[in-house]
Design a protein around this ligand. Structure first.
Ligand SMILES: [Fe+2]
Length: 199
């Protein structure tokens, strides 16, 4: 199975003013496309050809760094587009709300720890809500890594590579993270992944 670039699930200008058309054009059409193209070239002739994307990500970690970087970023971005929606960030489905209260004491505290993880990830990387041992935890990872290679299942991730926010927010990464949490998160998709993770 080779990697293919998915269409965005909304129009390029649908997330304005929180994420611009220009950011999505570069981020999706150039950056994600490059991970797909490079990943496919690196996949050829390896033991991972024909495996699912999750299997490629987990299997290449620590074994084939170049392939892992591109496969990891392909996986992360497929979900990242779906983790956002126009008019996002609103009410949280009950099962996820309960899990956040159980794990962090309150929804606000969970959001704060998630945004803090993104703000403090040094250099390029991601911040996550992930299910580990049945509980929702916050993680942060460098470059293309994600919770799959750290014993957990991602249910929400935010890209803190500069390509994700520099056009719209310049160096103000915390402002981008606040806009992501308050106005972009697609909590219904988070719930879908949460339900699958606790099965
Ligand atoms: Fe990205």
């Amino acid at each position: 199975m080779s990697f293919t670039l998915p269409e965005l699930p909304y129009a390029y200008d649908a997330l304005q003013p929180y994420m611009s058309k220009e950011t999505l054009e570069y981020h999706h059409d150039k950056h994600h496309q490059a991970y797909v193209t490079n990943g496919n070239n690196l996949l050829k002739g390896t033991e991972f050809e024909g495996k699912s994307l999750e299997e490629v990500v987990k299997g290449s970690y620590g074994k084939n760094q170049a392939l892992f970087n591109n496969a990891g970023q392909h996986y992360n971005h497929i979900h990242f587009w779906k983790w956002m929606k126009p008019n996002g960030g609103g009410s949280i489905p009950g099962s996820v709300e309960k899990a956040l209260v159980d794990g962090f004491g309150s929804v606000d505290k969970a959001k704060e720890e998630f945004a803090q993880a993104g703000a403090t990830q040094f250099g390029s990387g991601w911040a996550w809500l992930a299910v580990k041992d049945g509980k929702v935890v916050v993680q942060k990872t460098p470059n293309g890594e994600n919770p799959l290679v750290h014993g957990a299942t991602p249910i929400l991730g935010v890209d803190v590579w500069e390509h994700s926010y520099y056009i719209d927010y310049r160096n103000r990464r915390p402002d981008y993270l606040k806009a992501f949490v308050d106005n972009l998160v697609n909590w219904e998709y988070v719930e879908e992944l949460y339900q699958a993770a606790i099965k």
